[in-house]
Design a protein around this ligand. Structure first.
Ligand code: AP5
Length: 190
């Protein structure tokens, strides 16, 4: 089974590219952000617990997302593998994923890391905020906090996977189509 991570700051295009990659390579797209937003919409206890954190652009507790991912890995048998979008986001989550996969005889194939300029991230997120109603896209302070949380808590993961020899940087600037082509080249050579 393939296990690709798509990595990058908020607005770098992880979700957009994941949809296309999942379709082309028959992968199950696992977005922890989408799963958490579904919990909020459903009004579940979990959704109520995480809503405030997400609206401020803070991370939800590691244990919450680790459990969600473990459940999904065990429920899917029909695909060629998984594409993890927005997970892992801390070293603790990365270690948990490696252990989870190891116990099932799998490992991470590669980390596809999208590189996008700060101003372009803000432009994309503010653009979506104007139409989507996503609360964490509405306020420039929350957007800047999400980027800051990424820099302090998530970006260090790049080194973790660089040391494993599976870090693959990809230029995330340009059109959706051009970036998709670059990502496909990396996936196909893994
Ligand atoms: P999450 O949903 O993962 O959001 P995020 O990381 O902030 O990422 P985004 O979805 O905003 O950006 P993206 O990189 O997917 O870009 P997208 O393709 O959407 O997480 C939300 C929250 O949930 C977190 O803040 C946290 O609270 C919680 N959470 C989630 N996972 C967690 C975890 N593992 N641990 C703890 N907490 C967790 O594109 C953005 C916009 O840009 C779109 O409008 C798109 O159309 C546009 N766009 C994309 N590509 C291009 C392009 N090439 N050119 C122009 N526009 C483009």
């Amino acid at each position: 089974m393939l296990n690709f991570l798509i990595f990058g700051p908020p607005g770098s295009g992880k979700g957009t590219q994941s949809v296309h990659l999942a379709e082309k390579f028959n992968l199950l797209h696992l977005s922890t952000g989408d799963m958490l937003r579904a919990e909020i919409i459903s009004g579940s206890e979990l959704g109520k617990r995480v809503k405030g954190l997400m609206e401020k652009g803070e991370l939800v507790p590691d244990s919450v997302v680790i459990e969600m991912i473990a459940h999904k890995i065990d429920s899917e048998k029909m695909k060629s593998g998984f594409l993890y979008d927005g997970f892992p986001r801390t070293v603790e989550q990365a270690v948990a994923l490696e252990e989870m996969l190891g116990r099932r005889g799998m490992k991470i194939s590669a980390m596809l890391a999208l590189d996008v300029d700060h101003d372009e991230l803000v432009r994309r997120l503010m653009g979506r905020g104007a139409v989507s109603g996503r609360p964490d896209d509405q306020d420039i302070k929350v957007i800047e906090n999400r980027i800051e949380v990424y820099r302090s808590k998530t970006e260090p993961l790049a080194d973790h996977f660089r040391k494993r020899g599976i870090y693959r940087p990809v230029n995330g600037m340009g059109s959706v189509e051009d970036i998709f082509e670059r990502l496909c080249m990396v996936v196909e050579t893994n």
